[in-house]
Design a protein around this ligand. Sequence first.
Ligand code: PGA
Ligand code: ZN
Length: 404
Amino acid sequence: MSRITDVDLFGVYDSRARRTVEATVVLASGASGRAGAPSGASTGVHEVVAFPKGGVPEALEVFREKVAPRLLGLEASDQAAVDMALHDADGTLDFSTIGGNTATAVSVASAIATADEAGTPLWRVLARPDVDGRSFPAVAGNCLNGGRHAIGGPDIQEFLAFADCPRPEDSIRAAVRVHGLVGEALHRRFPKAALGRGDEGGWVAAISNVDALELLSEACAAARDELHLEVHPGLDLAASEFFDEGQYRYREQTLDSEGQIGFVSKLVDRFDLRYVEDPFEEEAFDAFAALTKAVGRRTLVVGDDLYVTNEQRLALGVERHATNAVLVKVNQVGTLTDTFRTVDLARGHGLSTITSHRSGEVPEGWLAHVALGTGARGLKCGILGGERMAKLNELLRLGRATGI
Ligand code: PGA
Ligand code: ZN
């Protein structure tokens, strides 16, 4: 194992053509790793800050002055030491000095360099102690976009195909088929309208939440009949985005917390939802707990903005039995070590983890390794677009390498 001899941070573009950063870490042996960091649009208020105030130019400057000198000479395989150096360079609780995206890019690039040096796949470097790499995540693929990811679409942010098959090949095939069938159904329903594509590659149409869910549910049923594979509808409501002064304000209705619990429970029953993310605003632990109690045996109730991959936030949720699953996004918390703490806490309490992309992504596949290595129950990474397909194709390759 060898030490870091060179580090670099470079400004690149994400899938929304917004600027982000990628890091390169070079080791004494000549091994190296490169990783870019994604960015969210519907970010949680408790997330770390993606960039310092001056954006990418300031991130690059701060990196040169404060981060790089602390990384040089460190043993890259000591992930905890690398990630601690990032915290030390930053000196705040929310990475507002160096930027959470700098931390993510360096943390992941260092793990990739370690894997390169050892000649092992990245997921093994990331693997939690009880993970053997034979259990593959379900694929949650975004078929219809709304909310902040799709101007003119429904209020609910994501209408997902939750494809739950032992082989990644099958999960991906099922999710891709549902995406295609949803597109065909939309063309039939709006023959004269131009259909759009949202930030995560799902379709965009001027359609109500319940109509969109009906269409998705029919597409899942058709895909199940055709392929004989398990695929069911799921949602990410990203409810903080339409929560205002104590009310959930949809275009068609306004609901208080009780009303929202009832509305979402009914959707779970009516459409046999297997996945429900952020059905309430990001402080509503009690409402999450009520829903989990009501439907948690038959569906994954997932906290994203609620937890922001943060160990302390998740500890609050565990205490209150708020959810049975947690979304995991490395750049919500900054480093792999912080991510592992959250994952370990979740797994220790029997909660499922779902590894997730962001709406602004980089065209790289490392997220599939995070999912496999952390024993994720699901990988949410979209379907359409090179930046989404990079992750699905990597999952396919991992399935092939395992012979599953
Ligand atoms: P974001 O959305 O990447 O824009 O935060 C994804 C999600 O809410 O899951
Ligand atoms: Zn979400």
